[in-house]
Design a protein around this ligand. Structure first.
Ligand code: F6R
Length: 260
């Protein structure tokens, strides 16, 4: 796992966007896994700026990590809406190539299976963007999620509902269920890029990066991936024991491995 510590949240976004732009330059039809929430917003803003400067993302496909169950797609906080307004439109993606799990499907299990099939039909995810919850979740794989899980319905942990209540008028409006790609689905992506900013992520980051691999900290499953990069601001990195080593490693990175 590569750990990159940068001074500010904006630099975290710029670095992750540089990695994605590097991929798209090599592979214009790249398949991205896209997260919602606040963590990746700086990435999308930087990619939109790069698009204005000539980066062509029109052949890129995208698969969202998750979606609330039962929220109309017209609701501004449905991930269908959020992905449209923060990813598809600003980045100039073809809406036909952007996929979000169907949280309104009458048969949720069949919808989850179709989502897995669609990812496979697209050739799999080249690069999965991830945030991390304060309780260590990635996607909405809450603590004790199976490492081999696939796209499925999950009950949101009370803490996740409380954390996400900031996007809704009240806690009661936050759905209790979601569809999320599983940890096994996420691990199948060819590359993982997790971004985190702020002190309130420091404990989850320390546990995921330096703690034991445990389903109690779903983000720790990144330790099993061959190509995972964790890009942090100083606050999110503040509880890492080996922070100086990660800084030293990044400073001394061989040129052929650079993407920034
Ligand atoms: C969202 C997702 C979640 C978030 C996590 C952090 O699609 O999969 O795992 O990445 O809850 O959320 P923020 O970035 O809002 O702190």
């Amino acid at each position: 796992m590569e750990i990159v510590i940068l001074p500010t949240p904006a630099e975290v976004g710029r670095a992750a966007a540089a990695k994605i732009a590097h991929l798209v330059a090599r592979r214009p039809e790249a398949v991205l896994g896209v997260a919602t929430g606040s963590s990746p917003l700086a990435i999308y803003a930087e990619l939109a700026a790069r698009r204005a400067a000539g980066l062509d993302l029109s052949r890129v496909s995208a698969f969202a990590l998750d979606e609330y169950v039962g929220l109309p797609t017209s609701h501004p906080e449905s991930y269908a809406s959020v992905i449209r307004s923060t990813v598809t439109e600003p980045l100039g993606l073809d809406p036909e190539r952007v996929h979000v799990p169907d949280g309104l499907a009458p048969d949720i299990e069949a919808a989850c299976a179709r989502y897995e099939d669609a990812i496979a039909a697209a050739g799999g995810v080249d690069l999965q963007i991830l945030g991390i919850g304060a309780n260590g979740h990635i996607g909405f794989n809450e603590p004790t999620s199976s490492f081999r899980s696939r796209t499925r319905i999950k009950t949101l942990a009370p803490r996740t509902r409380e954390d996400n209540a900031r996007f809704f008028a009240s806690l009661d409006e936050v759905p209790t269920h979601c569809i999320t790609q599983g940890l096994g689905t996420i691990l199948d992506a060819r590359e993982l890029v997790l971004v985190a900013q702020g002190e309130n992520k420091a404990a989850a980051i320390a546990a995921a990066v330096e703690g034991p691999v445990s389903s109690m900290v779903p983000g720790s499953v990144l330790q099993w991936h061959r190509t995972a990069t964790v890009i942090l601001d100083e606050a999110a990195a503040s509880r890492l024991q080996l922070a100086d080593y990660y800084r030293y490693t990044f400073r001394n990175k061989p040129d052929f491995q650079r993407w920034d």
